[in-house]
Design a protein around this ligand. Structure first.
Ligand SMILES: [Zn+2]
Length: 280
């Protein structure tokens, strides 16, 4: 099967931010590329990091698939700037949840239209096909995809991608329970079960979580707890807060590694823009 290659193009939550203090981890929002051999690319979310992937393609159109977790800006803002689908021959299928009474197609077309953007997606030369996808399964090439609901502030999914024996799971935004930091939703445990890699929300260290407990995110400690309960091999903290500098994120990473060692999670690290990992 050849396994999977996972590349991080954007690892921040909330909003992109560029500063000298942020160059180590990167300032772009949620965008992850999954490659299975030489099959069509699978993209996890379409944050500002999608632009970096487009730069790497250097003008080539692609046929690809996007697995969208939800509609918040930090997960969709890269769509209208994704040059591979703005050109003839480009084609992407976007799968994600309907929300607020709108189909995914309606919601994304509303986002990419005046006055928010100068043209509509109908004006793009490439083809964008949009599909409602929620709490379901499908195959993309040799990858098996499982989609399950994840607690957040709006309709939000997580994705499990299996290729042969290799399992990568993507849960970028996840509301930590307010009353019990050891409770994990069955849908999340099902997604994460025995994963080689879990890419998980770790946006708020405890002091920040206290101030923003209802904002839909997790502490690094809760990410470790999810990984422990699900028997995950490697945990990548993700959705870093845009306020946090490289120095602060390194301190968060050290603390999370210690928590992981105590919990028996074999590997814990913080995702960095440009990092590529191989599984299977
Ligand atoms: Zn969100």
């Amino acid at each position: 099967m050849g396994g999977m290659r996972v590349t991080f193009f954007g690892v921040r939550g909330s909003t992109p931010f560029s500063a000298a203090s942020h160059t180590g981890f990167g300032g772009n929002t949620c965008s992850v590329l999954v490659q299975v051999g030489d099959e069509s690319p699978i993209l996890l979310d379409m944050g500002s990091g999608l632009f970096g992937y487009a730069q790497q393609l250097a003008g080539r159109a692609i046929h690809g698939t996007v697995l969208l977790t939800h509609l918040h800006w930090d997960h969709v803002a890269g769509l209208p700037f994704f040059s591979p689908v703005l050109m003839p021959g480009g084609q992407i299928d976007i799968y994600g949840p309907p929300d607020e009474g709108m189909s995914l197609d309606e919601a994304l077309n509303r986002l990419v239209s005046p006055p928010f953007f100068p043209v509509t997606m109908d004006d793009f030369a490439g083809e964008i096909r949009i599909h409602d996808f929620w709490d379901s399964e499908m195959k993309i090439g040799s990858a098996t995809i499982r989609c399950r609901p994840v607690p957040h502030t709006s309709a939000t999914s997580g994705y499990r991608i299996e290729v042969g024996d290799a399992v990568v799971v993507y849960v970028p935004d996840h509301q930590q329970p307010l009353d019990d930091p050891t409770w994990v939703a069955d849908s999340v445990l099902e997604l994460c079960d025995g994963a080689d890699l879990l890419i998980h929300d770790g946006q708020y260290p405890p002091a920040l979580f206290e101030k923003r407990a209802h904002w839909g995110h997790s502490t690094p400690g809760y990410a470790v707890e999810v990984a422990r309960q699900a028997g995950v091999q490697s945990l990548a903290l993700f959705s870093h807060d845009p306020m946090h500098t490289d120095e602060q994120l390194e301190a968060i990473e050290v603390d999370a590694k210690e928590k992981g060692a105590v919990a028996g999670v074999p590997e814990v690290f913080s995702a960095r823009e440009g990092m590529t990992l191989h599984f299977g």
